[in-house]
Design a protein around this ligand. Structure first.
Ligand code: NAP
Length: 285
């Protein structure tokens, strides 16, 4: 089985390394080609010149780009060259509607499309321990599973096309709530003049312990917000959540509050920082 990966950003690089480690990666493509050439040289795989050439030559196309319009642009681009029977797996975070649109477009070419967004951050991508939530054809998932297992330690089939992305929206709302809670609580700890490393250490061992506190607490409290998960990307995800909530009448308190906060930070030029930059708005000056 030949596998190609499109999109070598913060997530894609780790994913590609793990698929290569499993000896399943044939080649990569990245819009900024210096990145694909460098990684292809490191991994001993092909640096494809275009997504079209990659799609024409592999059995499984893995995709991890930024936003809805990027996924649709890549799908449009490859739809003339992708061969019937190919499986396209999109691991970007986009809307369920985009997943369904991509799926319908590729179905015309007898190509299966899985929406397979992930959670676990750049660390999860690097370590091959992502959680992957999958929508689309279950048979196609069974075929692609050995490839996906190189990147994810938990792969759960959620239902028809779009169900993976809807599940990811749930994850992003929880992430927003945790970000609000951890940044505000650590700013409170700082105001109490507590030793912050000890606060993070002891609380991580109890009922309020969580991944974000453990991994981002030590850096945010030192004023370090290296990405990570870019704040502007979480903003993009929460806009998707806000639209989905409005469609069903679901509550969106945490979504709305976090979007407002992120918009303030983005206006100040912090959109490329990690989402823990929310600490900037919480700490006393
Ligand atoms: P990133 O570092 O900003 O990388 C984005 C990648 O997409 C780059 O390789 C970029 O190419 C490529 N790209 C963007 N638009 C494109 C287009 N129109 N055509 C072709 N390539 C395009 O983002 P990331 O953090 O890897 O995230 C990628 C996706 O995973 C996003 O949907 C994000 O929401 C999701 N995600 C991220 C995390 C995280 O912690 N970072 C966790 C879970 C899910 P260039 O190099 O040319 O810019």
């Amino acid at each position: 089985m030949k596998v190609g990966l499109i999109g070598l950003g913060a997530m894609g690089v780790g994913m590609a390394r793990n698929v290569a480690k499993a000896e399943l990666l044939t080649g990569v493509y990245n819009r900024t080609q210096s990145k694909s050439q460098e990684l292809a040289d490191e991994l001993g795989v092909i640096a494809y010149p275009t997504p079209q050439v990659l799609a024409a030559e592999v059995d499984v196309v893995l995709l991890c780009v930024s936003a809805d319009q990027d996924v649709l642009a890549v799908i449009d681009g490859i739809s003339d060259t992708v061969r019937p029977g190919t499986i396209v797996v999109d691991m970007s975070t986009v809307s369920s509607a985009t997943a369904q649109q991509a799926s319908a477009k590729l179905a015309e070419k007898q190509v299966a499309f899985l929406d397979a967004p992930v959670s676990g951050g750049v660390e999860g991508a690097k370590n091959g321990t992502l959680a992957m939530m999958v929508g689309g054809d279950e048979q196609a998932l069974a075929q692609a599973r050995p490839v996906l297992a190189a990147m994810a330690s938990r792969i759960v089939y959620m239902g028809p096309s779009g169900a993976g992305q809807a599940t990811k929206a749930v994850n992003q709302i929880i992430g927003a709530g945790i970000n609000q809670a951890v940044t505000e609580a650590l700013a409170f700890a700082a105001a109490q003049q507590l030793p912050l490393d000890k606060v993070i250490d002891v609380i991580s061992g109890g009922a309020s312990g969580n991944w974000f506190l453990q991994h981002r607490g030590p850096t945010m409290t030192k004023g370090v917000f290296a990405p990570g998960f870019k704040l502007a990307l979480h903003h993009k995800d929460l806009k998707i959540c806000q639209r989905m909530a409005a469609q069903t009448g679901a509550l969106s308190t945490i979504i709305d509050m976090t979007l407002n906060d992120y918009e303030q930070l983005m206006a100040q030029g912090y959109g490329d920082e990690d989402i823990s930059a929310l600490y900037r708005l919480k700490k006393l000056v």
